[in-house]
Design a protein around this ligand. Structure first.
Ligand code: MLT
Length: 327
């Protein structure tokens, strides 16, 4: 008697050949079979948008499908992040979040409709983005010491642009303002892309922004940079002093961008996206573009989903005591 076992194991050779031929290719093409939407929680042209476009441009080649960027603005990035948390967990809707959307938002929004740790699968850290103190080019202070004196003396007159409550630019300048013990007027935008346009146009006074948004403008002389808030100078801006060199060592700030999927996205899809993101970060053209813009490329160990989960946890723990009293 021919057993079912025998028939099944010999299937490709005889009776079930057509079924085998049908199932094998279908398995190989399970993900992705169509384009992927990458939500960017701020306006086009800003630092999150730029990093997402550079990395996903290369990922699309690896994945064999296009990655469509969708800029969804509002509430310091939390509107888009809520949408991403509620999206189908099938790998076709992802988000490029950051230190604001996936950490600072927790203490700043008591009714936040998502939790960065519970509602997302971390995929990969994409970039570290140091913060700079920037100003319109005709803002009177010439250096950081003068900036501190000027802002303290004119706190009710000067204004600081940012990308909404909980955004990196907002949180970074909140930290700066707490060190200086001032409360200047704050001017929110839908991202630091449009905020930068206002700074270049002289409609706002200063901003604490991520380097990716600032390097082209600083080099073109359309804005001024007082200092970079990291322990070392950045190779893309060798003439910009650190906050420690310029006299304000307490102001240290670096943000980051990372990719997330809605909770419950399969481990296989997360692994496939992580591999594609990591391959992008190893690509010479991608690396060159990110480095020219001053971002810090994560090491292989920093790119794993587990490392990103730890970063999110640690960043929430770091920012909660700093920002909680402000709410
Ligand atoms: C942006 O892309 O506009 C920024 O990341 C906003 C910010 O968080 O400051």
């Amino acid at each position: 008697m021919t057993s079912i076992r025998t028939l099944t194991s010999g299937a490709c050779a005889v009776a079930l050949a057509s079924l085998c031929i049908f199932t094998a290719p279908a398995k190989a093409q399970t993900y992705p079979t169509r384009s992927i939407t990458m939500i960017v929680p701020f306006a086009a042209g800003g630092p999150t948008d730029v990093v997402a476009r550079i990395v996903t441009g290369h990922m699309a080649q690896t994945l064999g499908q296009s990655v469509i960027i969708e800029n969804v603005v509002g509430a310091g990035g939390t509107t888009a992040t809520t949408r991403a948390a509620r999206a189908a967990n099938d790998g076709y809707t992802l988000i490029t979040g950051h230190m604001g959307t996936h950490a600072a938002s927790v203490p700043l929004y008591p009714k936040l409709a998502y939790h960065p740790e519970k509602d997302f699968e971390p995929i990969a850290l994409l970039a570290g983005t140091p913060i700079l103190i920037l100003a319109r080019k005709d803002f009177p202070p010439k250096d950081l010491n003068e900036f501190v004196t000027y802002v303290k003396a004119n706190a009710e007159k000067v204004n600081a642009a940012h990308a909404g409550v909980g955004s990196v630019s907002h949180v970074s300048c909140e930290l700066l303002h707490s060190i200086l013990d001032v409360k200047p007027v704050s001017v929110p935008f839908s991202g630091t892309g449009p905020a930068m346009n206002a700074l270049v146009g002289g409609q706002v006074d200063y901003m604490c922004d991520q380097i990716v948004n600032a390097v082209p403008q600083i080099n073109a002389g359309t804005i001024k940079a007082y200092a970079i808030a990291t322990p070392q100078r950045n190779p893309s801006l060798p003439n910009v002093p650190t906050t420690a060199e310029a006299g304000l060592p307490k102001f240290q700030a670096q943000a980051w961008n990372a990719m997330f999927a809605p909770k419950g996205t399969s481990a296989a899809i997360v692994a496939s996206l992580n591999a594609a993101a990591s391959k992008a970060l190893d690509d010479e053209t991608v690396k060159k573009r990110l480095l020219e813009l001053g971002s810090v490329i994560p090491t292989a160990a920093e790119r794993t989903p587990e490392a990103l989960a730890t970063l999110v946890k640690n960043e929430i723990a770091k920012w909660t005591p700093v920002l909680k009293p402000a709410t």
